[in-house]
Write a new protein. Structure first.
Length: 267
């Protein structure tokens, strides 16, 4: 199968299929899904850490050789900074949209104001998801341009963290006033952005192969940031020992699955 076909198929799996898989949770009783989702978050944390530290970074350093380790480190730090700024901008935009909704309260009744703010939050979710999926597509394409096995591992990590993320986004869209069917279709539609990002990266990085190690280091930075800044703080909200033990177990499982997938894919 041509490399571009691999990239398109698996970027679609990372973006669209993860959204479709998240729908399964809609059919699971709420009490049970509330118990299962934290385990998915723990597993996703391990998968992201494993993909970043066991696959992407070693491949990036191998691409530049021992003399390039410092440049990879600089790229990693810069990538963490970029993802920090992106998150800040999203949070600022979210805060701004809420304030804009609040100013309408003087001219509209309370119910209309609530609808306006809820709808604004829903639109923000869709825009944020689209941008996020474009970046996921770029990361997947960068990995496939290095090797098919690295691409498969990266897709696994992307899908793992996307599933619980998409479940939460679906709930937000429904809360924003979208019908369940429309929320599902829009959630799936944002997944196509990952394919667009992957195709753009394929043609862009394909013409500049020397940049691939830096793209992999940037991808590793994204995975590390999502895991350390996005997922792990939420895991600390449940401090009891039993929950902590389960979190360690599923984080370890996520790392182990990525390590096993990389070994099997590389055979």
């Amino acid at each position: 199968m041509p490399l571009l076909a691999w990239i398109v198929v698996f970027s679609a799996l990372g973006g669209i299929a993860s959204a479709a898989f998240a729908v399964i949770f809609l059919w699971v009783p709420e009490e049970r899904s509330a118990r299962l989702l934290p385990h998915f978050v723990s597993f996703a944390t391990g998968a992201l850490l494993g993909a970043a530290l066991l696959a992407l970074l070693p491949e990036a350093m191998e691409g530049l050789g021992p003399g390039g380790a410092r440049r990879i480190g600089v790229t990693l730090v810069a990538g963490l900074g970029v993802f920090f700024v992106i998150e800040k901008l999203v949070l600022w935009w979210h805060s701004w949209s809420r304030e804009e909704g609040g100013t309408d309260a003087h001219a509209h009744d309370h119910g209309h104001d609530h609808d306006h703010r809820a709808h604004a939050s829903g639109v923000l979710v869709l825009v944020g998801d689209s941008i996020h999926n474009v970046l996921d597509g770029v990361l997947i394409a960068s990995a496939f341009l290095t090797s098919v096995s690295l691409g498969l591992v990266t897709t696994l990590a992307v899908a793992a963290h996307e599933i619980p993320h998409r479940v939460g986004d679906f709930a937000l869209l429904v809360h924003a006033g979208f019908s369940r069917r429309r929320a599902l279709l829009l959630n799936l539609a944002t997944g196509t952005a990952s394919v667009a990002g992957a195709i753009a990266a394929y043609y862009g990085l394909g013409q500049a192969r020397d940049l691939l190690p830096f793209a992999l280091a940037f991808a590793a930075a994204g995975f590390l940031y999502i895991a350390v800044a996005g997922l792990i703080p939420g895991l600390h909200r449940s401090p009891d020992p039993r929950t902590g033990a389960m979190q360690v177990l599923f984080i370890t499982l996520g790392i182990a699955v990525v390590a096993l997938a990389e070994r099997l894919a590389g055979v």
